[in-house]
Design a protein around this ligand. Structure first.
Ligand SMILES: [Fe+2]
Length: 255
């Protein structure tokens, strides 16, 4: 289902282009999930400063900081011997205060492919059966780290509501990440319904349509991790693809 949906583009709404003004970007991204900044010709330091204008910078331990701008991490296929894999996820959800906003700056753009896709988690919640929405009221799920090296004492898991109320818009959204990082889904009455994890994730990806951003050099795209999932489409990349990512620390998720 995910693979088929990955290529679904028909009728996908365009990603809004907004002027690079903090409050306009915040409003658009909270309401719409994702925005690209209109007409920016920035250096990486300008991008880092803009991300900081949205809130406290956050860095995921185990990722690669950019030389001279340690709040940004480098996402690249350069020097890799195997094709990177990307599945739909929300960034760094295994901590008590996961990132609200993430942004990417395109430092090196491949000749072909490498788009970033976004799934709408407001829509995922709103298109669930009413019975399922009722069932998930007050449910929580455990988010755990995978794939990064941590030290003893580092945060590596956190329990969050399955349905999250966005503090900016007041709307509810499914708050998930890839099922490999999710376990122990518990309903409000204490019943374990971990069997729902894969079905909820599949629903999130199936209810589409996705937004898709094809990168141009210097492009900046910012999204809200509280109401979207995102993935890179590495299926047909030709050439070097290097992006710099910044993140903003969010609040403790509430239902
Ligand atoms: Fe990500």
């Amino acid at each position: 289902m995910a693979d088929r949906a990955m290529h679904q583009e028909t009728d996908a709404p365009a990603i809004a282009a907004v002027p690079a003004e903090t409050e306009a970007v915040r409003r658009t991204v909270e309401a719409d999930g994702v925005a690209r900044l209109d007409g920016v010709t920035w250096l990486p330091a300008d991008f880092a400063a803009f991300m900081e204008s949205l809130g406290e910078p956050m860095f995921t331990k185990g990722e690669t900081p950019l030389d001279g701008l340690p709040d940004l991490n480098v996402v690249t296929n350069v020097g890799r011997t195997t094709k990177p894999k990307s599945v739909f996820h929300s960034d760094t959800t295994y901590v008590a205060r996961p990132p609200s906003f993430s942004g990417l700056y395109a430092a090196e753009v491949p000749e072909q492919g490498g788009a970033t896709l976004f799934a709408d988690q407001y829509r995922a919640y709103e298109t669930l059966d009413p019975d399922m929405r009722d069932l998930l009221d007050g449910a929580t799920v455990l988010h755990s780290v995978t794939g990064v090296e941590l030290d003893p004492g580092d945060e590596r898991e956190a329990r969050h509501p399955v349905v999250r109320r966005h503090p900016g818009t007041g709307r509810r959204a499914l708050y998930l990440t890839t099922p490999a990082r999710l376990s122990a889904l518990q309903l409000a009455n204490g019943e374990d319904r971990s069997d729902l994890i894969q079905a909820l994730y599949d629903h999130s990806l199936a209810c589409g349509p996705y937004r898709r951003h094809r990168w141009g050099l210097g492009d900046v795209v910012i999204w809200d991790n509280r109401c979207t999932l995102h993935a890179a489409d590495h299926s047909d990349v030709v050439g070097n693809r290097t992006l710099y990512r910044g993140m903003v620390r969010g609040e403790v998720p509430a239902s």
